[in-house]
Design a protein around this ligand. Structure first.
Ligand code: NIG
Length: 384
């Protein structure tokens, strides 16, 4: 059934063939069918379109590409709100809290995890997210990581294996043995269900050498790779990850000038996660510095129970604009096209002819309202 949205106040296409990379059309219309964009243009051009099956008047509201949330840890059980409360009173975030969620997740049944995940994915959709990446990482045994990958795969095509999230209690003192498990039997078990592999390279998690081994093993299987790097401090992690050809470096709260130059000279995306900096009381990274250096920047929620429990991409956009030096259009591009580049999916994050018809109609005349009205869910309709 062909659908034509008409009388759109502002259509953000991210289609560079429209003049710049944002491809914003005022007084616009867009047509789609079977989940694919067929045509986009001005509302007056739409009058010359052939017959369509369904016409919808957007009454001057804005339409944007659905958000691409390219970094979440959505499959977990348990609650860590008291950790958040302690942080707000001055306690520092540490990777050690992950163990609390590992215990709760291992104890939950498949049906409990499935129900929790379904609820979170529904919440994300209601906030305008039409593509979501989900990481494993709260199982940390072959059996539990395979289980989390299997359940996550019921909800998204973009499942990422994060066996190297933290060394589980039963392997403390035998860290290298755990790395051997991750790069061998665990990766074997999850590989059919995942499209990418991630590693948490930080004090209290995994060393640069350990992460290098796991990224190499992932690449040898043809999987995409990502890294959690420079979240809590500086290290050689960014340089190592770029040498290993990662698709994205995520967090980047503490980047040296050399890191920024290396990122700018690479094909990798730097995924900023402002929800984590908010919730762990860390400094916000300077996105302006990155953009001006030529780094490709994505924005994602990092939804997880420890460092960032939100599925709101609009919240991340608002922080990026208010605190990190991005313009509203840069932030929206990063939350859509940036995420698509991180996931390597060329049919999402934009509304060009042939793209997936993942559209969000806002209760607002333009995209600026996403940052201008923080804390509001401006999503009126989601088509996906
Ligand atoms: O990206 N850094 C590692 N993983 C998450 C935090 C997970 C947790 O604390 O449970 C993050 O911030």
């Amino acid at each position: 059934m062909t659908t034509l949205l008409r009388n759109i106040g502002e259509l953000v296409t991210n289609d560079p063939s429209r003049g710049d990379r944002y491809g914003i059309v005022s007084n616009a219309a867009i047509e789609f069918d079977e989940g694919v964009v067929l045509w986009a243009g001005t509302d007056s051009e739409a009058r010359e379109r052939p017959e369509y099956d369904r016409g919808i008047d957007c009454e001057g509201r804005a339409v944007i590409p659905g958000f691409v949330d390219s970094h979440t840890h959505l499959v977990f059980a348990g609650d860590r709100s008291h950790e958040f409360e302690a942080r707000m009173a001055g306690t520092a975030y540490s990777a050690g809290g992950i163990a609390t969620t590992v215990s709760a997740t291992r104890a939950a049944s498949d049906d409990q995890l499935r129900a929790l995940l379904a609820e979170r994915v529904t919440e994300a959709r209601a906030q305008g997210t039409t593509t979501i990446e989900i990481k494993t990482g709260y199982g940390l045994t072959v059996e539990h990581e395979e289980r989390l990958a299997r359940i996550a795969r019921e909800f998204t095509d973009h499942v990422t294996f994060l066996g190297a999230h933290v060394v589980p209690a039963e392997f403390v003192g035998r860290e290298d043995e755990y790395v051997e498990l991750v790069e061998g039997p665990m990766l074997d078990a999850v590989a059919p269900k995942v499209s990418a592999v991630d590693v948490f390279c930080e004090d209290g998690a995994f060393t640069v050498d350990q992460c290098r081994r796991i990224l190499q093993a992932a690449r040898a299987r043809g999987l995409r790779t990502h890294i959690h790097a420079a979240q809590l401090g500086t290290s050689d992690s960014v340089r190592m990850a770029l040498e290993k050809g990662v698709a994205s470096v995520d967090h980047g709260t503490y980047l040296t000038d050399d890191d920024v130059a290396a990122l700018a000279g690479s094909d990798a995306v730097l995924t900023l996660l402002p929800g984590a900096d908010f919730s762990t009381r860390q400094p916000y990274p300077d996105a302006r510095r990155l953009l001006d250096a030529g780094v490709t920047v994505a924005l994602a929620t990092n939804c997880n129970p420890g460092s960032s429990f939100t599925q709101s991409m609009a919240f991340c956009i608002a922080i990026a604009v208010r605190e990190m030096g991005m313009t509203p259009r840069e932030a929206l591009w990063s939350a859509t096209m940036g995420g698509a580049l991180s996931l390597g999916d060329t049919r999402i994050g934009k509304l060009a002819v042939g793209s997936r018809a993942h559209l969000v109609e806002l209760d607002a005349p333009n995209h600026i309202h996403l940052a201008y009205r923080p804390g509001m869910n401006l999503v009126r309709t989601v088509w996906a």
